[in-house]
Design a protein around this ligand. Structure first.
Ligand SMILES: Nc1nc2c(ncn2[C@@H]2O[C@H](COP(=O)(O)OP(=O)(O)OP(=O)(O)O)[C@@H](O)[C@H]2O)c(=O)[nH]1
Ligand SMILES: [Mg+2]
Length: 456
């Protein structure tokens, strides 16, 4: 399989050539778009003050590098990235960057941002990244950190952000809604997830996370004191009731049986006591900090968020190129007529070439994977369509996840027949029909190519 050059590499080349023109020489937006196209996927964490963005960031980078506190803390955008690129170009001179190794390093750059709902000047930085400025699109994906167990009051904002950044490819998934501080919500995580996915029409991805426990597990905060305290709590009859007692009640029960500070240390890594009974039960018999930290990490569900981010990174070319094209369009709208015409000519060049049709197919593959496009078809039929849509440029980002069927294994004739019947249904919505048309076109193209290869 010959991997096509990534679209973002082509966009970067256009940007570099434009920068060489005296009319656009040194344009900071062009410079940053070119840089963005060579960097891992830029993902910005956004949300209100004290929703736990920096705590979540620390969990994702597995180190206590971002300052956290129960007050307005983060005042500028900081990008956390792996050793490569060592000294990345950043979207704005006011942004900072920190090099650190973490599970998703090399695949994503994570940006921590100031909280939104404050009267201070700090949100201006975040707002510039979200919409209506030269920095819009400088992050290709967003993790929106919400609290309170509800997304309905946020649905509109998420839909707006999704619409604003979807670009020409009807993109899904570049907005990830994270329900944070789930320990403070009086509802099981699974129920929250089920309710949220039923409540909203926007096609954002969703994960519920206890980032406090995740950060504790990964930053060495689960120490011997935590193990000893859990051990002690396990012996208390109040821990085996239906609901968890408040921390001060626990302090009374524990009395002097634990050294001072032990219970407080546990409170700091667990948050509200709601999850304590489950934690105490799950860590029974565990004597090492490593085993207990592993349990913290498992319960925190941080890995399900990482799986979503990893899935985004698989389509880094699609997300980054979409953001870059949108940035170029907005740049053209801002520039004087002559330089604007140069940028527009490059955009026309990009869309006229084969490159963007590959992106359309990738976006369609995401629609089949993450929305109800293709509903009524079997899992196998949907997976076959996804594999086909990713052909021949599947692997351009280093390959998708292994559970996806590879294009070589697909029965192309069967896909063609099944999706032709699917498209013919007069009750299909236009998006489903468009995707079906793309599947059919790709299948026909594949059949033609295979026949030609067999003949030669
Ligand atoms: N109970 C609970 N508290 C949390 C959780 N995550 C973070 N916190 C606490 O919430 C407070 C705010 O956390 P930060 O991570 O600083 O929040 P932020 O969104 O970065 O805040 P700003 O930078 O000011 O916008 C801190 O006291 C954290 O310890 C959680 O999952 N559960
Ligand atoms: Mg913060």
């Amino acid at each position: 399989m010959n991997a096509a050059p990534s679209v973002r590499a082509v966009i970067a080349r256009h940007c570099r050539e434009l920068l060489a023109d005296p009319l656009l020489h040194g344009d900071p937006t062009l410079r940053d778009i070119a840089a963005q196209c060579h960097q891992p996927l830029r993902v910005l964490l956004v949300g209100n003050v004290s929703t736990g963005k920096s705590t979540l960031l620390n969990a994702l980078i597995a180190g206590p590098l971002a300052a956290t506190a129960f007050e307005e803390t983060t005042s500028s955008v900081t990008w956390y990235h792996g050793p490569e690129p060592a000294d990345p170009v950043l979207p704005d001179p006011g942004h900072r960057s920190v090099t650190t190794d973490f599970p998703l390093a090399g695949r994503v750059m994570l940006g921590d941002s100031p909280g939104l709902n404050t009267l201070s000047d700090n949100p201006r930085e975040t707002l510039r990244m979200l919409g209506g400025s030269d920095l819009t699109g400088a992050a290709a994906a967003f993790v929106c950190v919400l609290v309170g167990g509800r997304v309905d009051q946020w649905a509109e904002g998420l839909e707006e952000l999704a619409a604003f950044s979807a670009g020409p490819f009807d993109l899904v998934g570049n907005i990830v809604a994270v329900m944070a501080k789930v320990d403070e919500v009086d509802e099981a995580v699974e129920d929250i997830e089920r309710r949220v996915s039923g409540d909203t029409t926007a096609t954002f991805r969703f994960a519920a996370v206890n980032q406090l426990m995740a950060a504790a597990a990964r930053t060495g905060a689960v120490d011997d004191r935590i193990v000893a305290t859990l051990d002690r709590l396990r012996t208390l009859p109040v821990m085996h009731g239906r609901s968890a007692p408040a921390w001060d009640r626990l302090a009374e029960e524990v009395g002097t049986a634990l050294p001072p500070g032990h219970l407080k240390a546990l409170e700091q890594v667990v948050g509200a006591p709601a999850w304590l009974p489950a934690l105490v039960a799950a860590t029974a018999g565990m004597t090492t900090t490593g085993a207990v930290a592993e349990q913290f990490e498992r319960m925190s569900r941080i890995r399900s968020l990482e799986a979503v981010l990893s899935d985004l990174a698989d389509d880094s070319d699609l997300f980054t190129s979409t953001a870059a094209v949108l940035r170029l369009r907005r740049l053209a709208a801002r520039l004087k007529p002559r330089p604007a015409a140069l940028v527009r000519a490059r955009l026309a060049d990009l869309t006229a070439t084969m490159h963007t049709s590959g992106l359309h197919r990738r976006a369609a593959a995401r629609l089949v994977r993450h929305t109800d496009v293709g509903s009524g078809l079997t899992e196998h039929e949907r997976a076959a369509a996804q594999a086909l849509l990713r052909w021949p440029d599947a692997g351009a980002d280093g390959g998708g996840t292994s559970d996806r069927a590879t294009a070589a294994e697909v029965d192309v004739g069967a896909v063609l027949a099944r999706w032709t019947a699917y498209e013919a249904d007069p009750f299909r919505d236009s998006r489903s029909r468009e995707v079906a048309a793309l599947v059919i076109e790709t299948a026909r193209h594949r059949l033609r190519t295979t026949t030609r290869q067999e003949e030669s």
